[in-house]
Design a protein around this ligand. Sequence first.
Ligand SMILES: [Zn+2]
Ligand SMILES: [Zn+2]
Length: 665
Amino acid sequence: MSSRMLVTMALPYANGSLHLGHMVEAVQTDVFVRSMNAMGREAIYICADDTHGTPIEIGARKAGVRPEEYIEAIHREHEADYKAFGIDFDLFYTTHSPENELHAGKIFEAIRKDGAVEKRDVVQMYCPTDKRFLPDRYILGTCPVCSTPDQYGDSCENCGSTYEPTELKNPRCAIDGNTPLERRSSAHYFVKLSNYQDFLKEWTSTPGRLQPEIRNFVDKWLSEPLRDWDVSRDAPYFGFKIPGEDAKYFYVWLDAPIGYLSSTDHWCQEHGRKLSDFWGADADCDVVHFIGKDIIYFHTLFWPAMLHASGWKVPARVHVHGMLGVEGAKMSKSRGTFLNARDYLDAGFDPEWIRYFFAANLGPAPSDIDLSLNELKNRVNGELLANVGNLANRALSLIWKNGGRLSKLPSDDYAQGLFARGAKIYEDFVGECYRDCDTRSVIQRVLAVSSEANARLQKKKPWELLRTNRDEALSELTLAVNVARFCARWLGPIVPQFARGVEEQSGAKFEWGDFKPLEDVAIREPKPLVRKVEDADIQKLASKFVAPEKKAPETPSISIDEFAKMDLRAGKILACEKVPKKDKLLKLSIDLGEAAPRTIVSGVAQSYAPEELIGKVVAVVANLPPRDFGKGLVSHGMVLYSNGGTRENTAVELPADVKPGSKVR
Ligand SMILES: [Zn+2]
Ligand SMILES: [Zn+2]
């Protein structure tokens, strides 16, 4: 274990406001950094706005300002929002910095010297009125496979097919609607990622780097030669010019992760430190990245390869968290189930409420979490306030009214053994959980310790004892305060204000690894540690978004007769292969108990390697009309999948002993 850490979270894109999904990551990373620092490691928390690319160039143009002004305004807003949620960065910088331009140029040059850069011509769609090449997301047209109109240049939302923008029917420019578009050729720079395949296999298989679920994912990518990566874009573009080129820029995804390193450089200059102490290949430092599921490829393949090729330190660990839903629905602007960080603050919600809520729901695995406002209320009121808060507040209030001083711990074994037990819980459990990002378990353990102390208080009734045996009563209350201090200390990285309240009111600071009782000191006047969540609060925030249950159901109900028309059957997957040039499709051969197996096409190639599906018994819709995928590929049915797990799609599997062809009801 290195003595210092450099911790980052994914850089928010500078073309819009932060939403609560951003805050899941910010809170998880912040809690991690605070806990590492509390445990005596030097952990530096670095973040920046990700400021380059076509969306920002176009967004600024629409707003009628220069891109520099556009990203500056967003930076101020992002910075204020993070601060309001208690996110304690050492630096929140920008990728549009001189340091980043310098390091991006140097790293690219190092990759080129390493023989992994190739320049070659690419044919792309070009809009003659905008005078620009159009990225996939800026081309709209009719799907070449299913003829659905208004699809993007890379994939169809209706049938899931992927294609080249040049295959799209009736393509038009998404910026100004111009048609027809031209095809033009331009030279692009490609990084031959496959040159680093062996290094990446070794890096990803080193224990501790990736969560097991994520490693499985990445292994699949690494089981085939990695595709070359186009790292250049033509003007007009907002970004850094490629050295030696006139109208070519680094693709935003090249310089965005370099922002981790260049922002550290800026911080080092401001603090008289050396960049090489953090990012040098032999530095006594662990680089740890927190990211969401959507950018795994960039952080586990591109980024380590770039660092390796340019002689910097490769990340010690990449931690992936799940996505945030709201009231059981995906966060979606179009569906109205979307909450900005500002909405939360403007509704008068305490940031510590959601920090606690997120931490109570986050574990070491990259599982998705759901924001239920009722659960938030129940957890804050029932756990943080009624359990830990109440223990502290009740004991401190009685002491305050009876002399305002802690006395001595009771002399029984339980009370005298408290600190030895606390030290053991810390050593065996709390520290380990924080290292694993298992804040859910930290909270459960703290609540158990606090419940035990509340139960003892309830049994000993010091409020009655005060009349008959004042010394014993004060001893009991002193014990309760000491337990509350343990609990608050361990919750400190999650709810720092709450913890500080307990610390201040009980009369002395606490240190993470200090296991001596606090006795015979004056306390301060107790005050509520956190405000209670009221129903009126919930209503106020809920009015900012459309709760899914309030809307008309998206799928109308069907009769049992209609359901009975569906021929659902168990099918055994005999073979499975990729479909050439369709990187979302898998072609399955499925035994449905019929004379011959059926061919069924599934759009799940991103979720499964072909060999993973072979042998599985799955649920199949057997009476759909055949669907033509072109080039002789016809699907005769559909395999059922569920979303919401680690994979985007998880096959609905039946036990292996279910015979092929059996009815599913
Ligand atoms: Zn155009
Ligand atoms: Zn389609």
